[in-house]
Design a protein around this ligand. Structure first.
Ligand code: AHG
Ligand code: MN
Ligand code: MN
Length: 336
């Protein structure tokens, strides 16, 4: 029998490195894992149950909510509230942040920010979707109600970030700032098992991921970068391949394993960019940097250094293998 290092064992082992750790973080993680398992079960039977399609409401971004957006948001919200492990939550699917004022929650020091279902437009067509989460220590005193300031922290302050990809197998990938580790879900055991220890981008990527259909709306620097990707050059393995599936989690995960860059620029269609700094940009940037990659919103502007102004702020986003992001940056600097 092979021996698995399960996610809970792994967290306990890591916790032993911090004698002052209270166990609060492990409890928070086990709540996130429980929610991920429930969502995984639903996503896997999406074609059978009456859970695909629009829910009939718009979220705070004015986007049509899918039934599974609403469902996954409730699952994560309830799991985190019920176990008393966090004092507050901000979600892509909620207009404002939530203060959990239960007895235990009030004593918790962490807040969570979440994109409960990323790539939700792909759910009806059996393409991988995901959950993205970000964990911060609150900045206001423990015991008092959470405020916006607890959520509007620069990405650099994240205590941990991660994502779950519900794909051909389900994986949880996370970092607490000491590298990135990936765990594959073993459904018959109901356990996440360490399968991808210390994940790092390979040297030299050859994939670029962008919704090229919006080419004519892109800034000049990005148009020129796309042309660069398509040119012939054996040293840099060009032309690169395009891979874009429309679920950030899935596109990011592939690029992390195979080497590549993900681009979602500002455009005349999305003048501020489409992706959300707090629910998508920061957590993915944290993981990218921890895996030896790089993440920027523009030339000389690291994602993690941004000071968020509002919960649902959008941003341009370029992240992936460091050398590829460097090249994107060069084009943005030269051509805007
Ligand atoms: P969400 O489903 O959470 O709203 O996120 C969708 C995001 C992201 O996952 C994806 O990379 C991007 O939107 C795709 O956008 P386009 O369809 O504009 O390419
Ligand atoms: Mn998303
Ligand atoms: Mn979403």
């Amino acid at each position: 029998m092979s021996t698995f290092n399960t996610l809970s064992e792994f967290i306990v082992e890591r916790q032993m490195d911090y004698p002052q750790a209270s166990g609060e973080f492990s409890a928070l993680f086990s709540a996130l894992c429980l929610a991920a398992k429930i969502v995984n079960r639903e996503v896997n039977k999406a074609g059978l149950a009456n859970i695909t399609g629009p829910a009939g409401e718009l979220n705070s971004h004015g986007e049509a909510q899918q039934k599974l957006d609403v469902y996954t948001n409730e699952v994560f919200k309830n799991a985190l509230a019920a176990r008393g492990v966090v004092c507050g939550l901000a979600s892509e699917e909620e207009d404002s942040f939530i203060y959990f004022d239960g007895e235990q929650n009030r004593q918790a020091k962490y807040v969570v920010l979440i994109d409960p279902l990323d790539g939700s437009s792909n759910i009806d067509v059996n393409v991988p979707v995901g959950t993205i989460f970000s964990i911060y220590r609150r900045v206001t005193p423990v015991g008092s109600p959470v405020t916006l300031a607890d959520f509007l922290q620069p990405g650099r302050a994240q205590a941990a970030a991660g994502y779950v990809i519900y794909g051909s197998s389900t994986m949880l990938v996370y970092s607490t700032g000491q590298g990135v580790n990936g765990f594959t879900y073993e459904p018959s055991l109901g356990l996440f098992c360490l399968s991808h220890p210390n994940m790092q981008y390979p040297r030299g990527g050859a994939i670029y991921s962008i919704n090229e259909g919006f080419y004519s709306h892109f800034p000049d620097g990005i148009k020129k970068y796309i042309k660069y990707c398509q040119e012939e050059d054996s040293v840099t393995r060009r032309p690169y391949s395009t891979r874009y599936i429309g679920s950030l989690v899935a596109d990011f995960h592939r690029n992390l394993i195979q080497g590549g860059v993900y681009l979602y620029p500002t455009s005349s269609r999305y003048p501020e960019g489409k992706l959300r700094l707090l629910y998508e940009g920061n957590p993915m940037a944290f993981i990218a940097e921890q895996a030896g990659g790089k993440a920027i919103i523009g030339a000389g502007q690291a994602v993690l250094e941004q000071s968020p102004q509002s919960l649902h702020q959008r941003t341009a986003l370029y992240l992936g293998s460091a050398d590829m992001v460097d090249k994107v940056e060069e084009f943005l600097r030269a051509f805007g």
